[in-house]
Design a protein around this ligand. Structure first.
Ligand code: HEC
Length: 163
């Protein structure tokens, strides 16, 4: 009997440890499985963000040319969101470090949209386009040359203001 009184707490302690070990193993397995799901989850690539930016860069021009300032404001914000997306999802790419070189040009163009000035819009749009190319040159993508669009490639969108 004396022997039992002595041994029971030790057995309880040992099984308690075992249980917490098991619990830790279960948690670790769950973490590993979540990590592998995360590694396999879809993340948009740098080129996909750039293709989106290209679309909004083109639409922005036709919005500004039509003095459709609400649409122009929308389009420049789409460019901003894609630039933010690059910072968020492509942080491992070394080119992402150069993204800030476009900020000044973006701010100036935003301002001319707020001021509804077509003259300033044109000047700052060219300025923005030059910044796109400066970054392409800085990141060894100089063969991606961006220009002011001539004709809208979007025949299914009307850029004029609707009253
Ligand atoms: C970080 C600096 C940087 C800035 C600023 C930048 N780009 Fe890019 N751009 C890149 C890089 C890097 C690539 C190559 C992406 C890849 O690896 O697929 C690229 C690729 C592109 C492509 C080719 C996409 C394709 O798959 O055909 C287009 C179009 C493009 N950029 C448009 C623009 C436009 C328009 C702007 C300005 C509004 C701009 N970029 C600003 C770095 C930049």
């Amino acid at each position: 009997m004396k022997y039992l009184i002595f041994i029971t707490p030790i057995i309880l302690m040992l099984t308690g440890c075992n249980q917490s070990d098991n619990h830790q193993r279960v948690l670790q397995n769950q973490i590993d499985s979540l990590q592998s799901k995360l590694d396999r989850s879809y993340k948009p690539g740098f080129g996909e963000f750039m293709s989106n930016i290209q679309t909004h860069h083109a639409k922005l021009w036709f919005a500004g040319e039509n003095q459709n300032w609400k649409l122009a404001d929308f389009e420049i914000n789409e460019i901003k969101e894609n630039l933010e997306g690059i910072q968020k999802y492509c942080s491992e790419r070394k080119e992402t470090k150069s993204i800030g070189m476009i900020n000044l040009a973006m701010d100036s163009l935003s301002n001319s949209i707020l001021k509804k000035s077509k003259i300033k819009f044109r000047k700052n749009y060219i300025n923005l386009t030059n910044s796109c190319n400066s970054c392409h040159q800085a990141t060894n993508h100089e063969y991606n040359v961006i220009v002011v669009p001539k004709n809208s490639p979007f025949s299914n969108q009307d850029f004029k203001i609707k009253n």
